[in-house]
Design a protein around this ligand. Structure first.
Ligand code: NAD
Length: 351
C-alpha cells in the first residue's frame, strides 16, 4: 500500500504509524497542514476492517480538520489520530498510555483530543504521558457536543432561511442519529417549533428522544426518505451517496456527521439536483471551537455566544456565493478555506 499515492494523501506533511507489541496498540497519526498553527484533531478508536480503511479515514479526517479550523477562524492546523480496535473490547489503560507516548514522540507537531470511541477519561490517561492534549486538566470533562449541536442548529436555521425564507416554525427535519449531537440538536429544533423525526440503530436513544422531546420515531433504514424539508445526518459519515440520493426528498442537507458525502463528486450532484448542502466541516465546527477556547479558559456560554453562533452567518455567505456562481457549496467552502490556510503567515514574512 503506497501512502504517497493514496487518493486521499493530498500533500499531507506527515503520516506516522505505531505498533506497540506490549499493549497491542496499532495507531496512525496524520498531520495535514500546520500553516495556521499546530495540527489539532481528535483521536478516534474504531474496529477498522483493515489498515487501509484506517489510513483512508485518518487522511480524510485530518485534511478535514485543516479546512474546518481555517473556516472557523481558529489558529490551528489539521491533524487526526486513529487507533485500530474496538473501543468496547480492546481499550485498556496500557494501550492508552502507549498512545500517549506515540503522541508525545511527535514533540508537539500534533495535539490530540476526544473523538468517536474515546472519551474524557481516555484523554486523561493519554495526558499522563503527553502534554499535547488540547483540553488540559480541568477542562477534560467538558462535552463539546453541546457546542457542536448549537452550531448545527444555527446552520440549519441559516439554510432554511436561505432556501425557504422562513424561520424553523413548522419545518420538517429528519435526524439520522440521536446520539450526543443528534439528541441536543433535536432539543434545540423542537424549542424553535420544528417538526422533528429521527432514527437511531440504538433503541434506547430513540426512546429517550421520543419520551423527552416529542421526536417522531422512524425506522433507521427509512430515515433518508422521510418527507421533510431538512435532512440532518448525525450518525456516521458516507450516508449521502449515489444509491441513497434517489431516496432523499429533503431539499436541504445540514447535519453534524463528518464526511457526509461518500464521494467528492456528490457535492456537484447535490448542486445539480437543487439540494442545498451545508458543508459538513463548516456546520459541525462547534466542537473544535469549544475545545480551543475552553483550553484558553473561556466558559462554554461565552464561547458559544461569541464564536459558535457565527456558523450560521458563515454558511449564509457560502450559500450566497454558490447561488451567485452556480458552483457547489462544498467547492465554495474549500476555496474559502484554502485562501485562509495557504496564505503566508506573519512568521513566514519575518523569515
Ligand atoms: P454518537 O456516537 O453519540 O451518536 C451517533 C449516533 O448515531 C449513535 O447513537 C448511533 O447509534 C447512531 N447511528 C449509527 N449508525 C446509524 C444509522 N445507520 N442510522 C441511524 N443511527 C445510526 O456521536 P456524536 O458525538 O453524536 O456525533 C455524531 C456525528 O457528528 C459523528 O459523525 C461525529 O463524527 C460528528 N461530530 C461530532 C462532534 C461532537 O462534538 N460530538 C463534533 C463534530 C462532528
Amino acid at each position: 500500500m503506497s501512502v504517497y499515492q493514496h487518493p486521499d494523501f493530498d500533500q499531507h506533511q506527515m503520516v506516522a504509524f505505531k505498533q506497540d507489541r506490549a499493549s497491542g496498540l496499532q495507531a496512525i497519526i496524520a498531520v495535514h497542514d500546520n500553516n495556521l498553527g499546530t495540527a489539532t484533531g481528535g483521536c478516534r478508536m474504531y474496529p477498522y476492517a483493515n489498515e487501509a480503511a484506517a489510513l483512508t479515514d485518518v487522511l480524510r479526517l485530518s485534511r478535514g480538520m485543516t479546512y474546518k479550523s481555517a473556516l472557523a477562524g481558529l489558529p490551528l492546523g489539521g491533524g487526526k489520530a486513529v487507533i485500530i480496535g474496538d473501543p468496547a473490547r480492546d481499550k485498556t489503560r496500557s494501550l492508552l498510555l502507549a498512545m500517549g507516548d506515540f503522541v508525545d514522540s511527535l514533540n508537539g507537531k500534533y495535539v490530540t483530543a476526544q473523538d468517536s470511541g474515546t472519551d474524557a477519561g481516555d484523554l486523561a490517561v493519554i495526558a499522563e504521558r503527553t502534554s499535547h492534549v488540547s483540553a488540559r486538566a480541568g477542562n477534560l470533562g467538558a462535552d463539546p457536543s453541546i457546542s457542536t449541536a448549537l452550531g448545527v442548529f444555527e446552520g440549519i436555521r441559516a439554510a432554511v432561511k436561505f432556501r425557504f425564507g422562513t424561520d424553523l416554525q413548522g419545518v420538517g427535519v429528519a435526524l439520522q442519529g440521536l446520539g450526543n449531537v443528534g439528541y441536543r440538536l433535536a432539543r434545540l429544533l423542537r424549542a424553535a417549533g420544528a417538526e422533528v423525526c429521527g432514527a437511531d440503530v440504538r433503541q434506547d436513544n430513540v426512546d429517550r428522544a421520543v419520551a423527552e422531546l416529542g421526536v417522531v420515531a422512524r425506522p433507521w433504514r427509512e430515515i433518508l426518505s422521510a418527507g421533510v424539508e431538512v435532512l440532518a445526518p448525525c450518525a456516521l459519515g458516507g450516508s449521502i451517496c449515489a444509491e441513497s440520493l434517489d431516496r432523499i426528498s429533503a431539499t436541504v442537507i445540514a447535519g453534524a456527521a463528518n464526511n457526509q458525502l461518500a464521494t467528492p463528486d456528490m457535492d456537484a450532484t447535490l448542486c445539480e439536483r437543487g439540494i442545498l448542502y451545508a458543508p459538513d466541516y463548516v456546520i459541525n465546527a462547534g466542537g473544535i471551537i469549544d475545545v480551543h477556547y475552553r483550553g484558553r479558559g473561556m466558559t462554554g456560554a461565552v464561547l458559544r455566544r461569541r464564536y459558535v453562533a457565527r456558523i450560521g452567518a458563515r454558511l449564509s455567505e457560502i450559500f450566497s456565493r454558490s447561488a451567485a456562481t452556480g458552483k457547489p457549496t462544498g467547492e465554495i467552502a474549500d476555496r474559502m478555506a484554502e485562501a485562509i490556510f495557504r496564505a503566508p503567515q506573519e512568521s513566514d514574512r519575518a523569515a
